[in-house]
Design a protein around this ligand. Sequence first.
Ligand code: SF4
Ligand code: SF4
Ligand code: SF4
Length: 247
Amino acid sequence: MIRQLPIRQRIRKGIVLVSFLSFPLTMNFLSPYVIVDGAAHGIINGSLIMFGLMFLSALVLGRAWCGWVCPGAGMQEILEPVNIRPVSKNVDWIKWAIWIPWVTLIAWLAMRAGGYSRVDFLYLTETGVSVDAPVKYIIYYGVVLIFVGLAAFAGRRAGCHTICWMAPFMMIGRWIRNRFGWASLRLVADSSACSDCKLCNKHCSMSLNVSAMALAGNMENAECILCGACVDHCAKKVIRYSFSGSK
Ligand code: SF4
Ligand code: SF4
Ligand code: SF4
């Protein structure tokens, strides 16, 4: 028997699937290359603006972008029927090993260009469509193949854990949020209601030990993307969304 997904999870999966299908339009605004090229020419471009917005969104919405909007989510979640194996948390550092030199390069190029001197949201996307030339098709299929391949062979959302250049912007944002403890979107758990059935672990998009988090009454985890699968699959209603500050 095929178990039906909770309605909220069906909506979420529908949104990230549409986002993935729209990726030929949006790719350049999430590109690790366009921001580098823009820095070298002193141009604030679509990617820089989008990554800045991701950082700002994390100050109030945590990593909800990752759970609810990102095309990378859609392209990996469609592989879940093929490989739902959890990804080890031992590989989470890899994205930082990519992100730190990349951001350093962007800062260095921008300084060499004498700083940012103009804003062009459509920089390198003059037609408004990201994939509009043969070479861009190659880049598009390359990016999709890497994410899909990782999800298929390494496990659930393996690309999010390892190679994503966007996640650290949001992780830094939610870290700052937690330092100040201001009100924002997060998960809270009533540990006394938890039966330790571990169903939430099975459904967690990021392969987290959610039952341990719920039992400890601490749902804060830098890899949590607020997808809500643990909220929606828990029969005991232990976990819920909350817009609140941290203690
Ligand atoms: S970790 Fe990266 S690829 Fe995964 S959902 Fe977040 S931004 Fe998208
Ligand atoms: S699904 Fe609910 S009851 Fe079961 S371990 Fe997770 S939080 Fe506890
Ligand atoms: S802990 Fe819950 S909200 Fe966070 S990634 Fe796992 S299933 Fe999604």
